[in-house]
Design a protein around this ligand. Sequence first.
Ligand code: PLP
Ligand code: COI
Length: 366
Amino acid sequence: MATLADSPIAFETLAHPAPTPANERAARIAEPGFGTVFTDHMVSIDWDEVHGWHNAKVGPLEAIPLHPASSVLHYAQEIFEGLKAYRLDDGTMALFRPEENARRFNASAQRLAMPELPEDLFVEAVRRAVAADKDWFPPVDGGSLYIRPFMFATEHFLGVRPAKNYKFLVICSPAGNYFKSGAPAVSVWVSDYTRAAPGGTGAAKCGGNYAASLVPTKEAFALHHDQTVFLDAAEHKWIEELGGMNLFFVFDDGTMITPPLSGTILPGITRDSLITLAREEGLAVREERYSIDQWQADAASGHLVETFACGTAAVVTPVGTVAGREHNFTIGTGGPGQLTGRLKQRLVDIQRGKAADPHGWVMKLD
Ligand code: PLP
Ligand code: COI
């Protein structure tokens, strides 16, 4: 693995002229919630056809001047990633499976006709961003530094074709709980809208997918639900995923189902990790289609005992109730299930260095 000393390209470090004073920083990270507090620094790297990746910098977090014709503003050529840095009990900082984010970032880049970033450069940029803001870890239970690497098209051109200039940035946001409510289980709304269709961009982590999910999300929030469940585009029958999380269904016979990576859902790194951990616990995990009607029937019969959502931001979150135009049901007692709690603990213990890491998922940074 690359270290700060053998970086694939040279990074310039720009001193911050006015870093946030320690007392103000402490106040901002005391109750960070999700996505509202930002650290002092960012990493940026540019790409063009002549130089490839160049102009790598670690510097102050600042506004980016954009020409009004920048193609990202018109045709949404943008992709992103989400991963977290943790402070382990011994004080060291660690990332969880960052190479997987690097790989998925390039899969997204391919789908959006953007240049790929060498995986070691992606990881290096993330490491440098965290190192620059190592004092911003929130001291709250479950706190982490949420890292948002992203890339967008900066060429000034209004014709519709892949741009010739891009910017890659990494910003960091101290994070606590993703869900504000703090409820033990979330309530989800089954949307009539579709998030992604076969042949579309559902498996890519591009901003456009999230733009398309905002009307359904607004609808879910208006009805006092926490997240939207999306069904498949063709039959509107098969469960795909939530707006920002994958789903798992747990049955009374010790089996689990999670929707398959059909090309229309995001291949979650948390999803992949939990499949591995569940199988190690002796659970039979099937990646197969599961319909909304079956979900309701199995919840009613008691065959389905738990459902949980998972993702970097949400970690592992129990789903308690499900509602839609044609559905309305409670899962188990509507609260967190035992297996959900156990799998979450297994994952979090590995992420935080409290349990053995047999798969080498944790990358220590110090
Ligand atoms: N599905 C969607 C649509 C997401 O935005 C996310 C979050 O990144 C996930 C699933 C979970 O992916 P991961 O576990 O890699 O964070
Ligand atoms: C994540 O879990 O990292 C996500 O990107 C989900 C959401 C915040 C977009």
